[in-house]
Design a protein around this ligand. Structure first.
Ligand SMILES: NC(=O)C1=CN([C@@H]2O[C@H](COP(=O)(O)OP(=O)(O)OC[C@H]3O[C@@H](n4cnc5c(N)ncnc54)[C@H](O)[C@@H]3O)[C@@H](O)[C@H]2O)C=CC1
Ligand SMILES: O=C([O-])CC(=O)C(=O)O
Length: 325
């Protein structure tokens, strides 16, 4: 299921999923325009069958029935001058509503959250699922893959590596500004970044979203690169579910619920954090503690990330505990 399927991310993401041989059936949901997007994609001669729903006549429930995986790019995007946190007011409620429906209709599904601010919307989702008695932390993911994709791309411009995605770079923390921490010292194969280029490279990964927001000049934020990244992550979750081994990708998860997470919670003081996750049939099988191997430069960045994340996470938890009237 794609929830928010008619949007800037939703449409190209749905296209990639419709074309994927890993997808048997694709169900599109949005509050507007789903019939058109569904009709258009339905003409593609790939294996996935497709249907689409609007809210009327229990459309959300129909879309979610039988779902194995739900990807959520629903919600408003940034305009120049806004932070991701400025989206909280509207997107918190949208995510809460969608997760309540998932808890009721597709409690076994993997849930991939793209809607910003991810640092807060994932805690919201966790709290809603906990309340409903349906929380499986191994199946809830904040999608931070675009940060990884950006790190791969931007570093390749320095190293000259033609196939950028072949360099694995752990990007950890959260998904906004200084909470995003690329760990270039742990790249595999290793990369050599001139000292005078490291600050600018790190900042570019942290604020890559702003680059797109500025260039789009009021018309939204990253959609196409996000669809690519969201598809890459969804494909990995599905491949691991179908039995592929050795699948690893960073994601923002609930640490106490994932093997290896307690150690990272102890180091960060946080319940939610993005680290490389070993994916398996059940979802997040293991959180890999890469932060212990960060160098001194990166450790300083990590401290700032912890501080920023703390407030973002608390805000999400609070939203569910004490809903605004
Ligand atoms: N995690 C990440 O790395 C990234 C996250 N984003 C976030 O993704 C979100 C979507 O961005 P865009 O696609 O550019 O926005 P958009 O405005 O083009 O599309 C959002 C879609 O969500 C739909 N929607 C609104 N309320 C809904 C509901 N209750 N149920 C289902 N659908 C609903 C809208 O009708 C619209 O079609 C934003 O919050 C943006 O900040 C964007 C880029 C990267
Ligand atoms: O910058 C934004 O608002 C959208 C986003 O999350 C990104 O591009 O990383």
């Amino acid at each position: 299921v794609v929830a928010g399927a008619a949007g800037g991310i939703g449409q190209p993401l749905s296209l990639l999923l419709k074309a994927s041989p890993l997808v048997d059936h694709l169900s599109l949901y949005d509050v507007v325009n789903t019939p058109g997007v569904t009709a258009d994609l339905s003409h593609i001669s790939s294996v996935a069958t497709i249907d689409g729903f609007l809210p009327a006549d229990g459309g959300l429930k129909k879309a979610l029935t039988g779902a194995d995986i739900v990807v959520i790019p629903a919600g408003i995007p940034r305009k120049p001058g806004m932070t991701r946190d400025d989206l909280f007011k509207i997107n918190a409620g949208i995510v809460k509503g969608l997760i309540e429906a998932i808890a009721e209709t597709a409690p076994e599904a993997f849930i991939l959250i793209i809607s910003n601010p991810v640092n807060s919307t994932v805690p919201i989702a966790a709290e809603v699922l906990k309340k409903a008695g349906k929380f499986n932390p191994k199946k809830l993911f904040g999608v931070t893959t675009l940060d990884v994709v950006r790190a791969e791309t931007f570093v390749s411009e320095i190293t000259g590596q033609k196939d950028a995605a072949k360099t694995i770079i752990p990007v950890v923390g959260g998904h906004s500004g200084e909470t995003i921490v690329p760990l270039f010292s742990l790249a595999k194969p290793s990369v050599s970044i001139p000292a005078d280029k490291l600050d600018a490279l790190t900042t570019r990964v942290q604020f890559g979203g702003d680059e797109v927001v500025k260039a789009k000049d009021g018309a939204g934020s990253a959609t196409l690169s996000m669809a690519y990244a969201g598809f890459r992550f969804a494909e990995k979750v599905i491949a691991a579910f179908k039995g592929e081994t050795g699948v690893v990708e960073p994601s923002f998860v609930y640490l106490p619920g994932v093997e290896g997470g307690d150690e990272i919670k102890k180091a960060t003081g946080l319940d939610f954090f993005s680290v490389p996750i070993e994916l398996g049939k059940g979802g997040a099988e293991k959180a890999v503690n890469v932060i212990k191997d960060a160098n001194d430069y990166e450790k300083k960045l990590l401290q700032k990330a912890y501080e920023g994340l703390k407030g973002n996470i608390e805000k999400g938890v609070e939203f569910v505990a004490n809903p605004p009237q």
